[in-house]
Design a protein around this ligand. Structure first.
Ligand SMILES: C[S@@+](CC[C@H](N)C(=O)[O-])C[C@H]1O[C@@H](n2cnc3c(N)ncnc32)[C@H](O)[C@@H]1O
Ligand SMILES: Nc1c(NC[C@H](O)[C@H](O)[C@H](O)CO)[nH]c(=O)[nH]c1=O
Ligand SMILES: N[C@@H](Cc1ccc(O)cc1)C(=O)O
Ligand code: SF4
Length: 453
């Protein structure tokens, strides 16, 4: 379903003096695309909101060909675990229903909430159990809990601010039922058993230095010493401030996000990059976002994959307040993947997120320019709480069956894609790249319950 995205009076509109045919020729020839080219391709060059189905197919075909040239026929996925530390967050992003207002977590609160906070010891136990099952990576993204600080010194600095709750979004751990510990303690706890730790989005890094004069380099450097291996490039949403002002006015701005990512790369951390699209933004915003990501990659070379995250709308403030009625259409999703592949000529891997698209549409994306099919994750909260219905995990068997059904080669990967292992489709096994992985399936075949250890 198409819906008008013109109601916000954005300055940036998808008008170009380029022609669709010229943009398509450039894409076919592998020339670097300008923003105007990207807009032509992602809108199929039509003046109205509609997508031309025949032109769409031509864009998808060229993107699929580019994918084959760039990375071949393998479809990769990672054996990983999602471990969110806390849902407490006061940032108030209007697309997010993962968060719970932090006052509900206070020891003196009467309200109950469906969220959680985990101590470092609890996080460690969850990761240890998943490591035994064979995971390679733990991904950890969390709410910005007011009692979260980088370390003890950060607690002292935050506590010394006047009216700290208001000025630096800080309350001491003693005000809450559960203490999340410090960021360094959580990193240390989750970086266990040799598992790769993928954590600390730019927004979380901002929270880990709020109220101080510490640089992002310093903060990412210390997180890295505590066990952090790579950074999830979420919190990117749309990297155009006029859109951020509508959907996440409490978040760091575009320059802040880029600054944090540059710093992570400077200290030697790999990173992913994302776009969260399909809400109030228009096609020009999407392509400008791609340009920012391409520039960041030209500068750092540290982006291992690009992940388009299609907005899941049902339970979010944007939908509840009537600001949006739906997320992106299938056509928009397919063109987002295809134009990401064509525009980001310096990022090898484009991920299709089954959490956002489901299995059927997620597989389709693998013929529109995507080559990675995410991970096993074992637990999912962000999309589920927003009203997503595509489940919380995938087994290796499911991956092998789905990927081989579309004639591609299933392959287990490491977070950074430097290790890739093709899976024998006649004798599929479980993970083998994780530090404790020995090919045992992650799940019990019959029930899909976690395999007994
Ligand atoms: C929930 S936050 C957690 C980490 C941290 N609080 C932050 O904002 O960086 C992680 C990301 O989830 C994505 N997300 C949240 N709600 C979503 C929704 N309804 N649909 C799609 N993606 C969503 C956003 O891209 C967001 O940056
Ligand atoms: N796309 C989503 C992801 N992707 C992250 C991957 O699972 C993995 O951590 C990354 O590719 C690094 O190896 N995770 C989610 O929780 N939800 C998504 O929609
Ligand atoms: N936090 C994102 C997913 C994500 C995490 C890490 C990544 O590298 C990419 C995407 C979500 O669930 O919406
Ligand atoms: S997206 Fe992140 S920062 Fe924004 S409200 Fe949700 S959890 Fe908080």
């Amino acid at each position: 379903m198409q819906r008008s995205r013109g109601e916000f009076g954005f300055e940036c509109v998808p008008a170009t003096d380029q022609s669709f045919e010229n943009a398509l020729r450039k894409a076919r020839d592998g020339e670097r695309l300008a923003v105007a080219d990207g807009i032509e391709l992602i809108t199929t060059g039509t003046d109205d909101e509609g997508i031309d189905p025949e032109r769409k197919e031509r864009v998808l075909e060229i993107a699929d060909r580019r994918r084959a040239e760039a990375v071949g026929e393998q479809v990769t996925f990672v054996a990983n675990l999602n471990n969110n530390v806390t849902t407490a967050c006061n940032t108030g992003c209007l697309f997010c229903n993962f968060k719970d207002s932090s006052q509900q977590f206070r020891s003196d609160a009467d309200e109950s909430h469906g969220g959680f906070t985990k101590t470092p010891a609890e996080s460690r136990e969850i990761v240890e159990q998943a490591a035994e099952r064979g995971i390679y990576e733990v991904t950890s993204v969390s709410g910005l809990h007011p009692a979260f600080a980088l370390d003890d010194e950060h607690h002292e600095i935050l506590a010394s601010h006047d009216d700290a709750a208001k000025t630096v979004n800080y309350r001491p751990p003693t005000a809450y039922d559960t203490d999340p510990g410090t960021y360094l303690e959580q990193m240390d706890a989750m970086s266990t058993c040799g598992v790769h730790l993928h954590s600390m989005t730019p927004e979380e890094a901002y929270h880990a230095r709020r109220g101080t004069d510490w640089s992002y380099e310093e903060v990412y450097g210390r997180l890295q010493k505590a066990g952090l291996d790579s950074v999830p490039g979420t919190a990117a949403e749309i990297l155009v401030d006029e859109v951020r002002d509508v959907i996440c006015p409490g978040k760091i701005d575009t320059d802040g996000w880029l600054q944090a990512m540059e710093a992570a790369a400077t200290v030697g951390l790999d990173m992913t990059a994302t776009i969260m699209y399909g809400h109030v933004e228009n096609a020009a915003h999407r392509v400008k976002h791609l340009q920012r990501v391409r520039e960041l990659q030209d500068e750092t070379g540290a982006i291992t994959e690009f992940v388009p995250l299609s907005f899941i709308h049902p339970n979010t403030p944007l939908a509840e307040r009537g600001i949006v009625e739906s997320g992106a259409s299938d056509d928009e999703d397919e063109l987002m993947i295809a134009v990401s592949r064509l525009f980001l000529d310096n990022v090898d891997n484009i991920q299709s997120s089954w959490v956002k698209y489901g299995d059927q549409q997620g597989l389709k994306m693998l013929s529109c320019g995507a080559n990675d099919f995410m991970g096993t994750i074992l637990s999912e909260e962000i999309t589920k709480r927003a009203g997503g219905e595509f489940g919380e995990y995938r087994s290796f068997d499911e991956y092998v069956e789905m990927i081989s059904a579309i004639g591609r080669t299933p392959a287990e990967r490491s977070t950074d894609y430097r290790q890739v292992r093709e899976i024998d489709i006649d004798a599929p096994d479980g993970p083998r790249l994780g530090p404790q992985a020995d090919g045992t399936p992650l799940f019990d075949g019959a029930s899909h319950a976690p395999a007994d250890d």
